[in-house]
Design a protein around this ligand. Structure first.
Ligand SMILES: *Cc1c(COP(=O)(O)O)cnc(C)c1O
Length: 442
C-alpha cells in the first residue's frame, strides 16, 4: 500500500453568512455534465481543452424570444446580427438563416458578411472609421450606410460625384437617455442640435439624402425606459426632418444593447431579477412609435442585436491543471483558460459548474488562468470541493464578445464547437496555431 502524501494542515474561515435555505455552502456543488445532451468530458476529449462551445438550440431560443416580442407588436421589424459580438461564420449563418441581416462596424466585417452571401442591401454599415475605398464599395453595393461624422459625409459626397448617383444614408444619433456615462462619441448629438445640423448639411449638399435615423444607446442596458426615451427623441427628429426638408424617413434603427442573463460584478441582485424581459424592451420601443407616428406609414424598425441573442448560448470548457496552497492558506487552482479568453471577466461573475459531483467539503478557492501574469484571475473567491487535475469546469455565459475579443497572447486561441439542433457537435473553428499548422476556419 502506498503511503498517503503529507499535506500541511490549514485553518480556513468558514463564512456562515453564505448559508441559505438551499443548504450549507460547504456541500453545495453546481454541476454541468453535458451541454444539449453532449457530455462535456467527450467534448474536451475530442476537441481539446480549453474549448468554446455554442448551443444552436439556445441561440435560436434567444432569437425567437426577442424577435417575437417585437414582431407580435410591430408589423415591420428586422434584426441585424451584430458581427463584432461573434463573427464566426457558422454563428453568423445561424442568425442569417433565422432572418437576420448583418450589422458590421468595419471593412473586415463587411467583407465577411459578403462572403457569407449577404447582399449589400442587407448590410448595415456602422462605425466611426470607414475607409474610403470600402465605403465606396458599400455604397455601390447598396449597403445601409450609417454616417458617424462630417468627414464621412464629405467622403460620401465625393463618392456620389464619382458614382454619379444620389446616395441614401442614415445618420447615427447620440443622446441623453438617462443612462450614464452617455455614449456621446458616436454619431451626432441630439440635444445640442448637432444632429439637426447634420441633416441640414445633408440637404444643403444635395448629393446624399436621408432615409434613416439610427441610435445605439449603450450595451447591457438594464433599464428599458432608456429605449423609450431614445425612441421619443428619434421620432421627434424624424417628424422635424420630414416637415422641414419635405422628405420621408423610411426607417428608424434603435441599435442593440439588450442585456443577457449575466451577473454584473458588484451588483447584489441576480440577473434573473434585474434584467428586463424581451417584452419590456419591445413594449418600450413600439408603444412610442405608435403614439408618435404622424406619417402615413409606420417607419420600418431595425434592431442590432448582439449579446442578448448569444451570450447565454456560449460556454467555455476549461480543465484543472493543478493547484497550490498560497501563503494565506487559500487554495489557488491553475486552469488552462484565463483572461486571454475571457475578456468579459472584468465586468461579470460567471456561472462556474463542475463536470460531476466531487467528494469533500467546499472551501473558498481562487481560479487562476494559465498566463504568466498576475492579473490572470477568473474568480477571486469561489466555494469548491477539492478538485483533481483534469476536472472540467464550464464557464458561462460567455457567448458574447469573448471569442471575438480573445487574445492570441501567450497561448493559442482554442477550438470552437457548435452543437446543432439535433444535438450533434461539430467543429466550427480549429485551434488557432499562428500558421505553424495551416490555420483554417471550417
Ligand atoms: C456593438 C454594437 C451593437 C450590439 O450591441 P449589444 O450590446 O451586443 O447588443 C449594435 N449596434 C452597434 C452600432 C454596435 O456597435
Amino acid at each position: 500500500m502506498s503511503k498517503i502524501k503529507y499535506q500541511k494542515p490549514t485553518i480556513n474561515k468558514i463564512d456562515f453568512a453564505m448559508a441559505s435555505k438551499y443548504g450549507s455552502p460547504m456541500k453545495t456543488q453546481k454541476i454541468r455534465s453535458e451541454i444539449d445532451g453532449v457530455k462535456v468530458s467527450d467534448l474536451t476529449q475530442k476537441y481539446g481543452s480549453p474549448l468554446f462551445v455554442f448551443s444552436q438550440r439556445k441561440m435560436e431560443e434567444l432569437y425567437h424570444n426577442l424577435h417575437s416580442a417585437f414582431s407580435s407588436r410591430y408589423p415591420d421589424v428586422t434584426f441585424g446580427w451584430s458581427y463584432k459580438t461573434n463573427y464566426l461564420n457558422e454563428i453568423c449563418k445561424v442568425y442569417h438563416d433565422l432572418g437576420s441581416i448583418a450589422e458590421v462596424v468595419s471593412e473586415f466585417e463587411y467583407q465577411k458578411a459578403r462572403a457569407l452571401g449577404i447582399e449589400g442591401k442587407d448590410i448595415i454599415f456602422n462605425g466611426p472609421y470607414k475607409p474610403y475605398a470600402d465605403l465606396k464599395i458599400a455604397v455601390r453595393e447598396g449597403a445601409k450606410i450609417h454616417v458617424d461624422n462630417l468627414f464621412e459625409l464629405d467622403d460620401l459626397e465625393k463618392i456620389a460625384d464619382e458614382l454619379n448617383m444620389k446616395i441614401p444614408v442614415a445618420i447615427r444619433i447620440n443622446m441623453d437617455t438617462g443612462i450614464y456615462p452617455q455614449w456621446s462619441r458616436f454619431g451626432f448629438n441630439y440635444e445640442s442640435g448637432e444632429a439637426y445640423e447634420a441633416v441640414k448639411r445633408i440637404y444643403d449638399g444635395g448629393k446624399v439624402y436621408l432615409n434613416g435615423l439610427h441610435t445605439h444607446i449603450g450595451t447591457f442596458m438594464l433599464d428599458s425606459n432608456a429605449y423609450k426615451v431614445a425612441t421619443i427623441k428619434i421620432m421627434q427628429l424624424k417628424e422635424q426632418v420630414e416637415r422641414d426638408f419635405k422628405s420621408q424617413i423610411d426607417y428608424i434603427d434603435l441599435g442593440g444593447g439588450f442585456a443577457s442573463k449575466a451577473n454584473l460584478k458588484g451588483v447584489y441582485q441576480s440577473a434573473d431579477v434585474i434584467v428586463p424581459t424581451p417584452d419590456d424592451y419591445a413594449e418600450a420601443i413600439t408603444n412610442v412609435i405608435y403614439e408618435m407616428n404622424k406619417s402615413e406609414n409606420l417607419p420600418k424598425l431595425f434592431l442590432e442585436t448582439g449579446r442578448g441573442m448569444i451570450d447565454e448560448a456560449g460556454f467555455l470548457l476549461t480543465s484543472v491543471h493543478g493547484y497550490k496552497r498560497f501563503p494565506d492558506a487559500k487554495k489557488g487552482y491553475i486552469l488552462d483558460a484565463g483572461v486571454n479568453l475571457l475578456y468579459t471577466s472584468t465586468w461579470f461573475n460567471y456561472n462556474i459548474e463542475l463536470d460531476k459531483r466531487y467528494e469533500g467539503d467546499n472551501e473558498a478557492s481562487i481560479l487562476n488562468g494559465p498566463l504568466c501574469m498576475n492579473i490572470d484571475v477568473i474568480e477571486e473567491s469561489i466555494m469548491l470541493p477539492p478538485l483533481n487535475r483534469g476536472t472540467i469546469l464550464s464557464v458561462s455565459p460567455v457567448g458574447a464578445y469573448n471569442y471575438t475579443q480573445a487574445m492570441q497572447f501567450i497561448r493559442y486561441k482554442p477550438a470552437v464547437v457548435l452543437i446543432d439542433k439535433d444535438g450533434q457537435a461539430k467543429l466550427i473553428k480549429d485551434v488557432d496555431d499562428l500558421g505553424t499548422v495551416n490555420h483554417k476556419e471550417a
